[in-house]
Design a protein around this ligand. Structure first.
Ligand code: NDP
Length: 326
């Protein structure tokens, strides 16, 4: 099969970023989730490189950096890719937000990966936490200075943010010495994020969209209300282009110049999810899909909502903090 050819966007610092990234969050094992799948992940990444993926999204808290680094190093040794052909995004966890902790945290990630730089280092949340997960008052602008240090040292080629709201992104753009190149946020048909995407793109900040399939799929063993794989509108569009409904949703992101981050551990789906660069939706089709918007978030850590830098609307009945061990 032909290698999927993936376009690239230009970041505001002149570097290139591939237009799709493979997601690698497998869940947390204390909560009965998929940590055992880590063993599979290295081989999934090898397969992903074979079918054309060149961008991998991980985070210190996912504990998948080791498997990604190992697979990338294997493909470099095999001569299939060079380091500069691969784009690796990882993220700083909330408990490392003090300025002097950032470079140390990134060095630990690099050590796990066996690499000497990442292409993109994101602040995972604007929320700083202490070691015991109690709330820390550390300002994310202080954390941003730490990311700037990491870039100056060459440990990260580019830096950006994740799960920031518009005001928070604006503050980093205005107060930072280095402009963020990317914002990574939840985007799928049920949370289209029009305002934040428009703002970021107008500022020259590339948007990456996580949990791109929304309610179409099961995720971490859970179903979510909303359009499914057999939704009539999505099926109609899919049939028109000879595509599947997951491909239509990924293409809807691409057509909004958003980088989708689909996760799969299945080889067939790796190929399906990257095979989206040979068709294009009409603006009417994009608008129709936008109508699914109910502003529904799956990543909603309401247990942090008393934090001064909580980025989302606060709700009445926050859930208990799963990170705090009693
Ligand atoms: P996704 O929308 O990628 O959904 C993943 C689920 O869809 C898995 O259960 C997968 O199953 C299934 N799937 C994948 N492809 C297909 C297909 N073609 N047809 C049917 N089912 C499919 O959600 P995620 O929440 O995993 O998000 C993706 C990535 O985004 C994460 O892995 C992570 O990298 C990033 N992320 C970032 C966050 C942040 O805070 N910055 C928060 C959440 C996610 P299977 O593996 O069995 O194929």
């Amino acid at each position: 099969t032909a290698l999927a050819s993936v376009p690239k966007y230009k970041l505001n610092n002149g570097r290139d970023i591939p237009a799709i990234a493979l997601g690698t969050f497998l869940g947390f094992d204390e909560r009965g989730m998929a940590k055992s799948q880590n063993k599979q992940l290295r081989d999934v990444i090898l397969g992903a490189i074979d079918v054309g993926y060149r961008h991998f999204d991980t985070a210190s808290v996912y504990e998948t950096e080791g498997e990604i680094g190992e697979a990338v190093r294997m493909k470099i040794e095999e001569g299939v890719v060079r380091r500069e052909d691969v784009f690796i995004t990882t993220k700083l966890w909330n408990t490392q937000h003090k300025r002097e902790q950032v470079v140390k945290a990134l060095n630990e990630s690099l050590q796990k990966m066996g690499l000497n730089y990442v292409d993109l280092y994101l602040m995972h949340w604007p929320i700083g936490l202490n070691e015991d997960y109690s709330h820390s008052e550390v300002d994310y602008m202080e954390t941003w200075r730490g990311l700037e240090n990491a870039q100056r040292l060459g440990l990260a080629k580019s830096i950006g943010v994740s799960n920031f709201n518009k005001e928070q992104l604006q503050r980093v753009i205005e107060k930072g010495n280095i402009k963020p190149v990317v914002i990574e946020i939840e985007i799928h048909p049920q949370i289209i994020q029009k305002e934040l995407v428009d703002y970021a793109q107008a500022q020259g900040v590339v948007v990456m969209g996580f949990s791109p399939f929304g309610s179409l799929v099961m995720r971490y063993g859970m179903h979510f209300p909303g359009p499914k794989l057999d939704n009539p509108l999505l099926l109609e569009i899919a049939n028109k282009y000879g595509k599947t409904t997951p491909q239509v949703v990924l293409r809807w992101l691409v057509d909004r110049n958003v980088i989708p981050i689909p996760k799969t551990l299945k080889y067939k789906r790796l190929k399906e999810n990257i095979n989206i660069f040979d068709f294009e939706l009409t603006s009417e089709e994009i608008e129709k899909i936008n109508e699914f918007d109910t502003k529904t978030r799956y990543t909603l850590p309401s247990f942090w909502q008393t934090h001064p830098y909580y980025p989302f609307d606060r709700i009445d009945n926050p859930i208990a903090d799963p990170f705090v061990k009693n």
